[in-house]
Design a protein around this ligand. Structure first.
Ligand SMILES: O=C(O)CCC(=O)C(=O)O
Ligand SMILES: [Fe+2]
Length: 274
C-alpha cells in the first residue's frame, strides 16, 4: 500500500490496495490516514454494491439519505449521483447536475447526529471538469481572529436541511418540513480532539442567543473564513476512485462544470457513527 499526502493540511491518495480484501491492520492504516487527512482517495477499485457497502460499513453505520428520489431502488442506503439529469422535456435538472455545488458544506448537519463520513465511488467520469473541492475545518478555525473566536465561544448554531433558503428540491414534498437541530459552531472532533469551525452557510438558520441582525452578520463573517489557502484539496476523479471525507472536519463542494451531455455517475453512502 502506498500513501501520498496531497495537500499540506488535507487530502491523501492511497494506491496499491484492493478494499475488498484488506485485513484489519491495513484497514487501521487507512482509517488513521483518514483521521489525519480528512479526505482519502483510494484509486483503481472494481466494486459491486455489496463490496462498496461492506467496505463502507467498516467506517460506521450506513444511513439512508433523506432524498428518496435519488436512492437506488433496491438499496435505500445507496444514493446514486448524476442519473436522470434531464427532465422529460429535455431541460437539464440543476438540482441533480449541480448537486452539492451551491456552496461549501458539510453533509448531514441537519441531523442531531450529523454524518461522520460520506463516501463516493466513481462509475463514470466526464472528459473534463466535474472535480470535487475540499477544505479543512481545522484550518478555518485556526484562521479565526481571537475576537471572532471569543464572539462564537460555545454558541450553538441551528441547522436544517434547506437552511435559510429552504433549498429542498431533492426531497419529496412530504419530507420538506425540518426543525433546526443544534450544534456547537466551534466543535471538537470526537476522535482527533482538534477544534474546527463546524459551519455550513446553506444549512445554518441562526446562531443561538443573538439578535437576528447579529446572527446574520456572524454567519456572513464566518463564511469568509471557511476556505483557507493551505487548507484545500481538489479531487480530479478517475473511474474506480473511492473518496471518503470526514464531515466532522472538512467542507466540500462539487464543481458542477462538466459537459452536461456526458456522464458523471457515483455511488454514494452516508455514514453515521456506530
Ligand atoms: O458530486 C460531488 O462531487 C459531491 C456532491 C456532494 O456534495 C455530496 O455527495 O455530498
Ligand atoms: Fe455534500
Amino acid at each position: 500500500m502506498e500513501i501520498n499526502r496531497l495537500g499540506s493540511e488535507i487530502g491523501a491518495e492511497i494506491l496499491g490496495v484492493d478494499v475488498r480484501g484488506i485485513d484489519d491492520d491495513s484497514f487501521d492504516v487507512i482509517y488513521r490516514t483518514w483521521l489525519d487527512c480528512g479526505v482519502i482517495a483510494v484509486r483503481d477499485q472494481t466494486l459491486e454494491i455489496d463490496d462498496f457497502f461492506r467496505y463502507s460499513r467498516r467506517f460506521g453505520r450506513l444511513h439512508e439519505h433523506p432524498s428518496k428520489s435519488t436512492r437506488h431502488p433496491d438499496y435505500p442506503a445507496l444514493t446514486v449521483l448524476g442519473v436522470d439529469k434531464f427532465d422529460a422535456d429535455g431541460t437539464l435538472n440543476k438540482s441533480i447536475y449541480g448537486r452539492g455545488s451551491e456552496n461549501w458544506h458539510t453533509d448531514g448537519a441537519y441531523d442531531e447526529i450529523p454524518f461522520k463520513g460520506t463516501q463516493l465511488y466513481a462509475l463514470e467520469i466526464p472528459s473534463q471538469g466535474g472535480d470535487t473541492l475540499f477544505a479543512s475545518m481545522y484550518s478555518a478555525y485556526d484562521a479565526l481572529p481571537k475576537t471572532v473566536r471569543r464572539h462564537v465561544g460555545t454558541r450553538l448554531g441551528g441547522f436544517t436541511y434547506g437552511g435559510r433558503k429552504k433549498s429542498t428540491a431533492l426531497l419529496n414534498p412530504e419530507d420538506r418540513d425540518w426543525k433546526p437541530v443544534m450544534h456547537p459552531i466551534i466543535r471538537t472532533h470526537p476522535e482527533t480532539g482538534r477544534k474546527g469551525l463546524y459551519f455550513d452557510p446553506g444549512k445554518i438558520v441562526a446562531v443561538e442567543g443573538l439578535p437576528e441582525d447579529e446572527s446574520e452578520a456572524l454567519i456572513e463573517e464566518l463564511t469568509t473564513y471557511m476556505i483557507q489557502p493551505d487548507g484545500q484539496y481538489r479531487h480530479q476523479w478517475r473511474k474506480g476512485d473511492i473518496v471518503l471525507w470526514d464531515n466532522r472536519c472538512t467542507y466540500h463542494r462539487a464543481a458542477a462544470d462538466y459537459p452536461p451531455e456526458e456522464d458523471r455517475i457515483h455511488w454514494r453512502v452516508s455514514i453515521k457513527p456506530v
